[in-house]
Design a protein around this ligand. Structure first.
Ligand code: DGL
Length: 262
């Protein structure tokens, strides 16, 4: 048993989509979330920059007593998780585009992946893709500009809709029946995506799988919190709190959102 918090970090507010799934599945666990929004987007940074930002976030989460770290960012996971696992003696859970379920379920044998440049260019992602490339057509598109707009809270904005229409067209031309969301910011765009996509195209993100994996790792390492204790749910941002407040609106009565330099 361990009552310390689960630590999560993302390049910004997007990883809250993962936090929601984790909190839903593990309501007795305390959490600390770091939104490194001052450095968003990570997707256009070099591998070395992504690694050093991931180390900085991990060090702070460990200083705050985290018992396990969830890298709630595909770009940080695909570029840095191996180094984090080597460097720090704590369990890490990462998030990667869910290629496997999409590839296995696709009837048209054509799937689309919307992700950041950093994720699509990573070695980890290309290795995962190699397993399926022979059997399935994969259309990868960089969601340029989407993370920055979501960081500003512009989720149902016409700018987002114009970009999504542009990014989905090449996928639809290739008759995809699964769209994989390879960035933890993108689940917030699901309502807009559904308006553009034909009904037969299903959207897959990795949030629930990450929550289940977090639960498994807590079990394996005997790290569950005592259910009688009050949980604390803290969010830290290094810019301003407005987009976090907007995205976490339904949880505002039980969480705290703070500004901190990191
Ligand atoms: N949420 C991050 C991800 O999952 C966004 C990356 C970025 O900041 O570009 O990749």
């Amino acid at each position: 048993m361990n009552n310390n918090p689960i630590g999560l970090f993302d390049s910004g507010v997007g990883g809250t989509s993962i936090w929601k799934e984790i909190h839903h599945l593990l309501p007795n666990e305390s959490t600390i979330y770091l939104a490194d929004s001052i450095n968003a987007p990570y997707g256009y940074k070099t591998v070395d920059e992504i690694i050093s930002l991931s180390i900085k976030n991990t060090e702070l989460l460990l200083k705050m007593g985290s018992k396990l770290i969830v890298v709630a960012c595909n770009t940080a996971t695909t570029n840095a998780i191996e180094i984090l696992r080597e460097k720090f003696n704590v369990p890490f859970i990462g998030i990667e585009p869910a290629i496997k379920p999409a590839a296995l379920k696709s009837a048209s044998k054509s799937i689309g992946i919307l992700a950041t440049k950093g994720t699509l260019n990573s070695i980890l992602f290309s290795e995962s893709l190699d397993e399926y490339k022979e059997h399935i057509k994969v259309t990868e598109i960089i969601g340029e500009g989407l993370v920055s707009l979501i960081e500003m809270g512009k989720i149902d904005d016409s700018e987002i809709n114009i970009l999504l229409n542009k990014y989905l067209q090449p996928m639809l031309k290739k008759d995809i029946d699964y769209l994989v969301l390879g960035c933890s910011h993108y689940p917030y765009l699901i309502p807009q995506l559904k308006k553009i996509l034909p009904k037969q195209v299903k959207i897959i993100d990795s949030g629930i799988a990450v929550a289940k994996q977090t639960k498994n790792v807590l079990i394996q390492n005997n790290l569950f919190a005592n259910t009688d204790l009050q949980t604390t749910l803290c969010f830290y941002t290094n810019t301003n709190t407005s987009t976090l407040e907007f995205l976490l609106n339904e949880s505002l009565n039980k969480i705290s959102i703070n500004i901190k330099a990191f």
